[in-house]
Design a protein around this ligand. Structure first.
Ligand SMILES: [Zn+2]
Length: 401
């Protein structure tokens, strides 16, 4: 995997880190070289002749983190947060917005936010014409209560004109979001997703409709987001086991996404599902104006939470890099193979006594935290911000090579 040092002239070599790349089945200490914004080589002794070398011994080198459920139509929708702020803090290179915009206001998202951000911002387009328009502290107005709010033809037309950035359709189902319309909104969203042949991301809230009714309608490749929401209407039945309809949906190819947010991660659900052998497919934050202040915070904190629930480090990284990339049908992203865009996140793992909290106030003492070291986006070094809410709990680095 190496070539002669004179000829290669790498722009950057990350030296001696533990490289974790699920797609390419890599988990090994090695160097990784970047040239012209792309991954150029992986191997040993790549540093000679490189323009820049970063010694990352003892650190973890992963594909740039992908948060598949965010809200970053900043300043134009009340629920959204600054994509730059959240990317710097969470060591993320790709943000996928989950339906903040609908067909009626997507152009502003594209022209005023996406076009001005150095980060890769992609979107699920809300089947609701105005997107999520009434969400803030103390404000919650459903965007999918009326058939008239969900014009499928307008959603389809907007996606056809913006396939470079729109990766699927979003709908929120449940409780006040859909009201009496319920599964009718899901039917319309599926109609749109079928018309454009893209995945549907479906939010599950309180019943009606039931969790089982919602997952039963999803197609292979569709994403059920907020999969470990707490009771009532969780993925776990009264017997403590994962619902049959959930298992059937997974066998069919439906993907299950964490999307922590302010209401959608309960230890009671997560621990029972994991004990029953049901792991999530995807980890995401559902970061928005309320969740950003905890207990969800952001993608990296949600990854830390799942790591402390017993998922392995390679699993947690795969669920936040390779698997979301494949879920949005962007196989160019989320891996470190030669020729891939040089989106790279470097993390360090610390011992920690951080006390995690879920959305209903249940607490769990953790033992470890991942923290950002550096981030490269298409080979460019990006700023990394402090995580003051986690810092007091770092006890020491537990990965010494
Ligand atoms: Zn959301």
């Amino acid at each position: 995997m190496t070539d002669s040092s004179a000829a290669r002239g790498y722009d950057l070599v990350l030296q001696g880190g533990r490289v974790l790349d699920e797609r390419n089945d890599v988990d090994a200490v090695m160097d990784i070289a970047v040239k012209d914004g792309k991954i150029a080589a992986l191997g040993t002794g790549l540093g000679a002749g490189a323009k820049k070398i970063e010694n990352v011994a003892g650190a973890i080198v992963t594909p740039g983190l992908i948060d598949i459920h965010t809200h970053v139509y900043h300043k134009a929708t009340s629920l959204s947060v600054d994509p730059g702020f959240i990317s710097r803090r969470s060591a993320t290179t790709t943000l996928v917005d989950a339906g903040s915009a609908g067909a009626g206001n997507y152009d502003g998202f594209r022209d005023y936010v996406m076009a001005h951000s150095p980060y890769r911002i992609l979107a699920f387009l809300n089947v609701s014409f105005p997107g999520i328009f009434g969400f803030d502290k103390g404000v919650s107005i459903g965007e999918a209560t009326l058939r008239e709010m969900l014009p499928v033809d307008r959603c389809v037309a907007k996606i056809e004109a913006n396939r470079d950035r729109i990766v699927g359709v979003k709908v929120r189902i449940g409780g006040p979001v859909t009201g009496a319309f319920g599964l009718g909104a899901l039917e319309l969203a599926l109609e749109a997703a079928n018309a454009v042949n893209l995945p549907l991301m479906t939010h599950i809230g309180t019943a009606p409709p039931s969790y089982a009714d919602v997952v039963s309608m999803l197609r292979p490749g569709d994403i059920l987001t907020h999969c470990f929401r707490p009771d009532p209407n969780s993925a776990v039945g009264a017997d403590g086991k994962v619902l049959k309809a959930v298992r059937v949906a997974r066998e069919r190819g439906v993907l299950f996404d964490i999307a922590h947010g302010m209401g959608a991660f309960g230890y009671d659900t997560a621990e029972r599902a994991l004990a029953d052998g049901f792991k999530p497919d995807l980890i995401s934050s559902d970061v928005h104006v309320i969740a950003i202040e905890g207990p969800g915070y952001d993608l990296l904190h949600t990854m830390n939470k799942l790591l402390n629930c017993g998922l392995t480090l390679p699993e947690v990284i795969g669920m936040s890099t390779s698997r979301p990339a494949l879920a949005i049908r962007r196989p160019d992203l989320g891996h470190l193979g030669v020729g891939a865009p040089a989106d790279i996140t470097v993390l360090r793992q610390f011992d920690s006594n951080f006390v995690f909290e879920d959305v209903v106030g249940t607490k769990r003492q953790g033992s470890t935290l991942l923290q950002p070291v550096s981030v490269y986006l298409g080979g460019r070094p990006m700023e990394v911000a402090r995580r003051p809410f986690e810092e007091p709990f770092l006890l020491g680095c537990n990965h010494d090579h």
